[in-house]
Design a protein around this ligand. Structure first.
Ligand SMILES: [Zn+2]
Length: 295
């Protein structure tokens, strides 16, 4: 297999799509498997071993759902090219859906096919570039380090997190240069530090670089927002997820803002758009929301 073919196939994987719902199954499985290659682990991973890791990745970095299906990408990636392979007692029809039980009973194992595996093992830059491509295309920058840590991959850092300076300037101005949640606005000399412009609907999912899709947040609240620890309702009231908890910091940095409106931008023209807030609620928020007296 040639590097160009592998890159092309991975960049063109088909993602299940309904509107702008997130389906990060295949991207997360690929990152997980790239992590295994980088650690020289056996080429094929038994599904019985990978299942829990994959489920955990889907829970942490996918949208909140009633059920999670790690079996789905494990089989379906076969239909995206020659780079993926599954093996088992029997050959499975890769266009069908298989349950966890069926995959385990079949002793199914999956991973990169020989050609792709050899390429990736011998070309660390190729492995890094593919991991970087998947991260950039399916997840916002604030999540990259957390995902990499979870899949055990190390990439050289780069400065791309500070791209789109114009968006940042406009959003920070709209919110008068402070965190819309806690008001943080510390400066070093003339420079505002650790206050960022967050996309409400992620840029990699088509969220535009526009004030109505932006919110100024300190680094901590930006991270918590992108991880889905809190969201906003249509009246810009902050909602903390039932899933979020902690003994130190939780009260001070999250619960004290729960059920309270965020600081609004200086003009109604910059108020977050309901469409984008809704997307965040559906696709990022690790709901349901904690009890709120305001309902
Ligand atoms: Zn803050």
């Amino acid at each position: 297999m040639l590097a160009g073919k592998l890159t092309g196939e991975i960049k063109n994987i088909r993602i299940w799509q309904k509107g702008d719902e997130r389906a990060p199954h295949k991207p997360l499985l690929l990152l997980y498997t790239l992590g295994r290659v980088s650690r020289d682990e056996p080429r094929l991973a038994p599904y019985s071993e990978a299942r829990e890791d994959l489920r955990k990745l889907l829970i942490e970095f996918g949208p909140y759902r009633r059920a999670y299906y790690p079996s789905y990408p494990f089989v379906k990636l076969c239909n995206d090219g020659d780079f993926w392979e599954i093996k088992g007692k029997q050959i499975l029809n890769t266009t069908k859906d298989w349950t966890d039980r069926e995959l385990i009973d079949n002793e199914t194992a999956g991973g990169f096919a020989e050609g792709a595996y050899t390429l990736l093992r011998n070309d660390r830059k190729l492995l890094n570039d593919l991991a970087r491509f998947i991260l950039d295309n399916y997840f916002p920058g604030t999540l990259h380090q957390d995902i990499l840590a979870q899949v055990g991959l190390e990439l050289e850092s780069d400065a791309r997190l500070i791209r789109r300076p114009d968006f940042r300037d406009r959003v920070l101005r709209a919110y008068e240069y402070r965190c819309a949640v806690c008001g943080f606005n510390v400066r070093l000399g003339d420079t505002l530090v650790a206050v960022e412009a967050a996309h409400i609907k992620w840029h990699c999912y088509g969220g535009p670089d526009h004030e109505v899709n932006g919110i100024a947040l300190c680094s901590l609240h930006h991270r918590l927002f992108d991880r889905g620890a809190f969201t906003l309702d249509s009246s810009y009231v902050l909602r903390v997820a039932e899933n979020a908890h902690g003994t130190c910091g939780f009260k001070e940095w999250l619960m004290r803002y729960h059920d309270h409106p965020i600081r609004r931008p200086q003009s109604p023209a910059y108020y977050p758009s309901g469409n984008y807030i809704n997307w965040h609620l559906r696709e990022v928020f690790r709901g349901p929301s904690r009890y709120a007296a305001r309902g």
